[in-house]
Ligand binder design. Sequence first.
Ligand SMILES: Cc1ncc(COP(=O)(O)O)c(C=O)c1O
Length: 471
Amino acid sequence: MDSTYIPLYEALKRNIEQNPLSFHVPGHKYGKVFEKQAYEKFQSILQLDATEVEGLDDLHAPGGVIQEAQQLASEFFHSDHTFFLINGTTVGNMAMILSVCHPGDEIIVQRNCHKSVLNALELSGASPVFISPRYERETGRHSHVSAEDVEQALKDHADSKAVFLTYPDYFGRTYDLKKIAEVVHRYRVPLLIDEAHGVHFQLGPPFPQAALTAGADGVAQSAHKMAPAMTMASFLHVQGNRIDLNRVRHYLQMLQSSSPSYPLMASLDVARAYLASWNASDKEYLFSFLEQVKSLFRSYNYWDVKATDDPLKLTLEVLSGTGFEWADALDAVGIVPELATTNQVLLVFGLAPSVDLLLLEERLKTLDSQLKKQTNRATIIENQIQFPAIQKLEYSYSLMQRMDVVRVGWQEAAGYVAAEAIIPYPPGIPLVMKGERLDEQHIAQVHALLGQGARFQNTGMEQGVLVFKGE
Ligand SMILES: Cc1ncc(COP(=O)(O)O)c(C=O)c1O
């Protein structure tokens, strides 16, 4: 099919151009029924916010323009099948895990995974075997997944149903996924990848190798993160026959809304067309912009500017104060970073220049006087924690479901098994998993993060933690 064709978007455009007399949902009737104060900013998107009327197909049983749009995405990404997701990579991760695991099945999972992965494990009743990536001095994080560790876990847990990894990490760090895919396939199980941050890898060098190209069987990608799709719009790709497509489809139908958003789906169609048309001159224009931004940041001696495998991610390793403080200082002058750690600030670029360089320069000049206002960002302080190389939870999920839970103060929590995951946000990667025994290290980490004003996706964190009773 012609890659400039955007079937779903074009169908929505045709639909509104016909001036339909809507006697159907949604209740805003293409914007004709709407709060006046908000209409101006909402109006154009409301025109696209249709429902499953004639000609607009149905995400859950596609046979028209949605099928065509998914087919075009599949062709672009070289998958065997591509699903449009309207609940982010969150739902892609969940559908992949649920489709391969029955209750009690073992599955090998990278420990520092997104919380959607842990939620899926719990829903499936699987018995996860966690592997921790090795600590890398270069990145200051547990970012290196090695083929040897994956193979060891597969040897030790020979009945595992799949291997689930995150590639790249939030900061754009990658590893040799091709080698891992070869190992995993030798054990005749599927390799499932959370590539939330890597949809643009399909564009080829200098971006790292894409997970599908490396041989992954199932790959979820947040098109809204690194490609220009709307928030919550993601792709789920499947290749080969190690994953049962019907099971994936079944879980997507179960987990996704029965009224999927047309603006979100159309934005996937449009983002795919954008990626497909991205060419050498776009690349040259982008990389010259990236170089100018980097050299602007380099001209300040507040930080070391660190490049990573993904050229669209830039890390400022701060030389004094904390990354949280610098992130807030940048924020205060209108330069808004993605996230911070104790000693780093992460900046994320798009696929085209999107920032006025003169304005950036002007704002950076005002930075000094704004420093150290407040701290309210969170992440794991990874270099201070030792994760076991291979680890299982203390109890099965089905047992945890039946156990009583109580909140204990942090000073008495060591030795108990956590009844909730402790999740600093961003990036939403658990510091402690539900079902993991708490130790002094975890508690010191939580205290340090709370002391720095970190945000957690847990309620009552100041008072303590939910643990299983009777321990
Ligand atoms: C590694 C990783 N996986 C999955 C997700 C969830 O993606 P989405 O927001 O598309 O649901 C995120 C979100 O930040 C993430 O960082």
